[in-house]
Design a protein around this ligand. Structure first.
Ligand SMILES: NC(=O)c1ccc[n+]([C@@H]2O[C@H](COP(=O)([O-])OP(=O)(O)OC[C@H]3O[C@@H](n4cnc5c(N)ncnc54)[C@H](OP(=O)(O)O)[C@@H]3O)[C@@H](O)[C@H]2O)c1
Length: 274
């Protein structure tokens, strides 16, 4: 069945490859980026490659939660129903350390933005579409410091990235416990895939970007995952595909999930007001 899919961070890396593949497979894909010219280039590339391409776009800088809110409202207007939301956009190294709220950029883009976007889009990700959310986690996960999350403690980029990815994983598990739909899967697409993020940070890679693209596409559209929720797929655990596995131990401790949830809701409260 052809699906309507919103894929954030589609202008580069595994998100771009996944967007092209999903359109080629006949799905209606809403791509997303933060730079209009990169989005336009991507749409041209897709339309040159795929006859009758079913592709549309949204533009928003996810480090700015006001832009996330505007985008979520636009999505609700233009997509009365979404089958799949793929929260793929992410940042590791950046010259900008914090966003305008004083939150570390990695916490803002990798955790708070997808959380706000998802929360606002829940009404269009309903049971009638058997909806699912695919959240991009990572093998890099470390215990979340709530003072780093709220911006009162400064931490380095590696720690902030790993904490933001565990925060997204923990919240995904909590969300899955609380709702029947959408189903929620977190995926580590594979470590050191050959993308811009990895080249900028390490100047080398372990696996092709296609390894990550293939698992995102499979998790998004295959019926095999239709009933799976609150699970972590570890694509480092096998080739070409990994398997479901264990996330960081904190993700299974209810008190930690609740403490993270309270702190995050406090931070996002001003954006969640109508
Ligand atoms: N590559 C790996 O080995 C690996 C491993 C584990 C997890 N992951 C995760 O997989 C996801 C994709 O990573 P990738 O390696 O494909 O990275 P990438 O090549 O750097 O692509 C990241 C995408 O996110 C977008 N993005 C970054 N900051 C943004 C912002 N502030 N607002 C809106 N969009 C923004 C980028 O937009 P621009 O095109 O404008 O830069 C790009 O489209 C990330 O969540 C990453 O953490 C990757």
């Amino acid at each position: 069945m052809k699906k309507t899919i919103l894929l954030t961070g589609s202008t580069d890396g595994i998100g771009k490859l996944a967007a092209i593949d999903l359109v080629e497979k006949g799905h209606h894909v809403f791509v997303h980026g933060r730079t209009q010219s990169k989005i336009d280039q991507l749409i041209d590339e897709i339309k040159n490659k795929v006859e009758h391409a079913n592709v549309d776009s949204f533009c928003a800088d996810l480090s700015d939660l006001d832009q996330v809110k505007v985008m979520a409202k636009e999505v609700k207007q233009r997509c009365p129903r979404l089958d799949v939301l793929i929260n793929n956009a992410g940042v590791f190294l950046s010259s900008q350390r914090q966003n305008k709220d004083g939150w570390d950029l990695r916490f803002a883009v990798n955790y708070l933005a997808p959380r706000l976007l998802t929360q606002m889009l829940l009404p269009v990700l309903d049971e009638s579409a058997n909806s699912r959310i695919i959240n991009l986690g990572s093998a890099a996960q470390s215990s979340v410091s709530l003072s780093a999350l709220n911006g009162t403690e400064q931490i380095d980029a590696n720690s902030a990235y790993a904490q933001s990815k565990l925060a997204l994983t923990m919240w995904s598990f909590l969300l899955a416990k609380n709702i029947d739909y959408p189903k929620v899967i977190v995926v580590n697409p594979g470590s050191l895939l050959n993308t811009k993020m990895v080249q900028e940070a390490y100047g080398k890679f372990w696996s092709s970007a296609d390894k990550g693209k293939n698992i995102i596409v499979d998790l998004a559209i295959s019926d095999r995952y239709a009933e799976i929720t609150g699970k972590y797929f570890d694509n480092d655990k096998g080739d070409p595909f990994g398997r479901f596995g264990k996330a960081h131990p904190d993700a299974y401790i209810d008190e930690k999930l609740i403490a993270l949830d309270r702190c995050s809701q406090d931070l996002l409260s001003k954006y969640l007001e109508i």
